[in-house]
Design a protein around this ligand. Structure first.
Ligand code: CP
Length: 321
């Protein structure tokens, strides 16, 4: 059974991006593929893009969609084995996952990091709970550790916007930027994992203390001087994340790390990327976000074709089983 839990589930990023671009050209070509199938989208956290793009992708493939805001509409789930359930949790993941598997042919889940307990977050209790007890394929719509649908959409966007490179390897910078709240590491982690599958000069820049999980960044370069990292860059991908070592803490709100017109002037006319939602004039200046070189709306559009690529592969795999 094929799941899509992380970027590691992509066997060939080149092939998947090519498949996605073909689907983008003819989104309704496979509208019969999922005509007898249902996808359940379970949200433990808010969403705009993931929710609508995954529904759109499923509809393009002829699927029926069921959406549940699990945090508000479902019973509070217990994930620990052997617990005496005499407190606030009403239903165990063992029953919930099996029951939902009777109604849905694919289950997609959004469950963010708590940012309170690093080991529990790394264990991906919600995503892996469903992967363990459901009898149908599972898709990660952003978990504690990763956002692989976003990363695939970002890979499509990079590929579509490379004319200015004239065939050379791009310089891609992932830059931390300030934010008032503690945010998870999922988007940054999956972007790093996706970039590690690409031919690129890839650099991560952030203030000291904001190192991502070293198990994920082991093969990537880190430059603590943001201006130096930006020199000659072809793409600036911006994201805030909270501290990983002092888990979930906001160590810095240093506004000098905000992406500004002046910073973009250090680059090689770089394209600007962000997964959205983004806080204007905190993470990035209006002038950068509203510039023609900003790819953020196209990234969001590509979420449909990333999800459709994943769904198509899973549906084809189901037919083979
Ligand atoms: N980028 C992204 O996942 O957006 P949403 O949180 O709105 O789904």
């Amino acid at each position: 059974m094929m799941n899509y839990l992380s970027v590691k589930d992509i066997d060939s990023i080149t092939q998947w991006v090519s498949d996605a671009r073909k689907l983008k050209e003819e989104p309704l070509k496979y509208r019969k593929l999922g005509s007898d199938k249902t996808i359940g989208l379970l949200f433990f956290n808010p969403s705009l893009r993931t929710r609508l793009s995954t529904q759109k992708a499923a509809q393009n493939l002829g699927m029926t969609t069921m959406v549940m805001n699990f945090d508000k509409e479902g019973w509070a789930l217990e994930f620990e084995d052997g617990t005496i359930m005499d407190q606030g949790k009403s239903e165990h993941i063992k029953e919930a996952a099996q029951v939902i598997s009777q109604f849905c042919d694919i289950i997609a889940i959004r469950a963010f990091a708590s940012l309170e307990d690093k080991e529990k977050d790394k264990a991906e209790i919600v995503l892996n709970g469903f992967a363990t007890y459901a009898s149908v394929p599972i898709i990660n719509m952003e978990s504690s550790v990763g956002h692989p649908l976003q990363a695939l959409a970002d890979a499509i966007t990079l590929e579509e916007n490379k004319e200015h490179l004239n065939g050379r390897k791009p310089k891609v910078v992932l830059s931390w930027a300030p934010h008032p709240k503690a945010l998870p590491h999922a988007v940054a982690n999956s972007f790093v994992e996706m970039m590690q599958k690409q031919e690129a000069d890839f650099i991560i820049t952030h203030p000291r203390g904001y190192e991502l999980d070293p198990e994920i960044t082991a093969n990537s370069s880190i430059e603590y001087d943001q201006a130096k990292a930006f020199e000659g860059a072809d793409y600036i991908y911006t994201k805030n994340w909270s501290c990983f070592s002092d888990y979930g803490k906001v160590l810095s709100k240093d506004t000098s790390w905000m992406i500004s017109k002046e910073k973009m002037a250090l680059t090689n006319n770089a394209k600007f990327m962000h997964c959205l939602p983004v806080r204007r004039n905190v993470v990035v200046e209006d002038a950068v976000l509203d510039h023609p070189d900003s790819l953020v709306i196209e990234q969001a559009n590509n979420r449909t074709f990333a999800a459709q690529t994943v769904l198509k592969k899973i549906l084809e795999n189901l037919k083979e089983d």
